[in-house]
Ligand binder design. Structure first.
Ligand code: FES
Ligand SMILES: [Fe+2]
Length: 439
């Protein structure tokens, strides 16, 4: 357990907060490219507690500016998208994508007051289906060479979902390899042939054992954590009865993302992005080392479970997450359906909007959470001192040299598991002929 003060330090992300200032040194997912697909590409964005509006101007370029008009605060989300910018409907003030006011049509002829009006504006960049924003001071950092960024657009599918809780507890479920044996347990194994686009339904690497069975039969993983130049590598070993070891490699990507295997052909890179202190979006990039992703199928699977335009899950607290006691008895550990996102959602929302960590009791399997909190505290201290040299992917190593990260499931000899996962990763990359996945 930690003190209330430390809990606040680690969880709150508005302007001027400790963790918020760290987050503002990194690119943050602000929206999906899909959200701007309609005939009026203007969407509200609430990010790190700040209200913004994202739009695409007639040059096809993106702008992310303050939501309240600097004149008298009207909501720019209702702005007129015209003249290569966004015009406030209240008195017609017009803003370009840099946030500069370029016209005040109701002010006296010849007035140049507009030159002094500039609203909040943040740089944005589109990467494989996600629009990222940089909300910090100075120049934004370079992107690392992760697979999700360097794979071609055809091999990456992006989606998001709303969770009603603080970002940290959402992220912590992603660095907790023990929960998969319980929370995502299926009491029966479905045919892995139906597994496309779903997590934990494939066969465990190079075997005929369904992942569901392996996780169920071996619920006590040995977990070790290694610090890396992007965050942490988390190694979960499950020693099988046949003398082999199942190795699952997942990652924490600083500050609030994870990278995990999904199936033999795909990995997931997932950010847990603070909307404000009590809500977050998960943004996922599903990256294929095999064929192009079937985006239509993956989108349709997920749209069945989510409501637009806010990507709120249809199963949620208000309907008990669809809990069915019969299903809990016979089919799943949770009784909340087969979509593992719903399980995670319940696990992170039910402790309360901001979990009171003065009440927690961490065990040995929570080792990655403990290490992560240490990393975040160190980063907070560095930002306060103005010394960014120690921040992952910002100081020290050139981000262009950071590849991967390796995210996979492998089975190898008990004494040779390290070699097994590295070899399996090399083989997957070598077999990827659609794009260059080698490092
Ligand atoms: S409030 Fe926007 S132009 Fe007046
Ligand atoms: Fe999970």
């Amino acid at each position: 357990m930690i003190s209330k003060q430390l809990n606040d330090t680690l969880t709150l992300t508005g302007p001027g907060t400790d963790a918020g200032e760290v987050m503002r040194r990194y690119w943050q997912p602000a929206a999906l490219t899909d959200e701007l697909a309609g005939k009026r590409p203007v969407v509200p964005v609430r990010l790190l507690g700040e209200d913004l509006v994202l739009f695409r101007d007639s040059d096809g370029e993106l702008g992310l500016i303050g939501r309240g008009c600097p004149h008298r605060g009207a909501d720019m989300c209702y702005g007129r998208l015209e003249d290569n910018g966004l015009r406030c409907p209240f008195h017609g003030w017009h803003f370009d994508r840099t946030g500069q006011c370029v016209e005040q049509p109701g002010e006296p002829e010849g007035s140049r007051m507009y030159e002094k009006i500039k609203t909040t504006a943040y740089p944005v960049i589109e990467k494989n289906g996600i629009i990222f924003a940089y909300m910090g001071p100075g120049e934004p950092p370079a992107f690392p060479n992760f697979d999700c960024f360097r794979a071609p657009e055809t091999h990456v599918f992006a989606f998001k979902g709303l969770w009603d809780c603080n970002w940290l507890q959402a992220m912590e479920v992603g660095i907790d390899p023990a929960h998969a044996s319980f929370l995502h347990r299926f009491l029966q194994d479905e045919d892995p042939a139906d597994s496309y686009g779903k997590q934990f339904r494939d066969k465990a690497a190079d075997t005929d054992i369904p992942m569901t069975k392996l996780l169920r039969d071996y619920p006590r993983p040995d977990i070790t954590v290694e610090e890396t130049d992007y965050g942490m590598r988390i190694i979960a070993l499950r020693h099988l009865d046949n003398g082999k070891t199942h190795v699952r490699i997942t990652n924490q990507i600083f500050p609030e993302a994870i990278s995990i295997p999904m199936s033999r052909e795909m990995i997931i890179t997932q950010w847990h992005v603070p909307i404000d202190d009590e809500h977050c979006y998960w943004y996922s990039m599903f990256t294929s080392f095999d064929k192009p992703v079937n985006k239509e199928l993956m989108r349709a699977q997920r749209l069945k479970e989510h409501r637009l335009p806010d990507y709120a899950p249809i199963r949620n607290k208000s309907n008990g997450y669809g809990f069915d006691p019969d299903e809990q008895m016979h089919e799943t550990y949770t009784g909340m359906g087969l979509d593992i996102n719903v399980h995670d959602q319940w696990a992170v929302e039910s402790p309360g909007a901001i979990f009171d960590r003065t009440k927690e009791h961490l065990g040995k399997t929570d080792v990655a959470l403990i290490k992560y909190r240490r990393m975040l505290r160190a980063a907070i201290a560095s930002v306060k001192e103005g010394n960014l040299e120690n921040l992952p992917m910002i100081g020290g190593v050139d981000p262009a040299t950071i590849f991967g990260p390796i995210s996979n499931d492998t089975i190898g000899d008990k004494d040779n598991w390290q070699d097994a996962f590295e070899t399996s990763d090399r083989e997957r990359r070598a077999a990827c002929t659609d794009w260059d996945a080698t490092t």
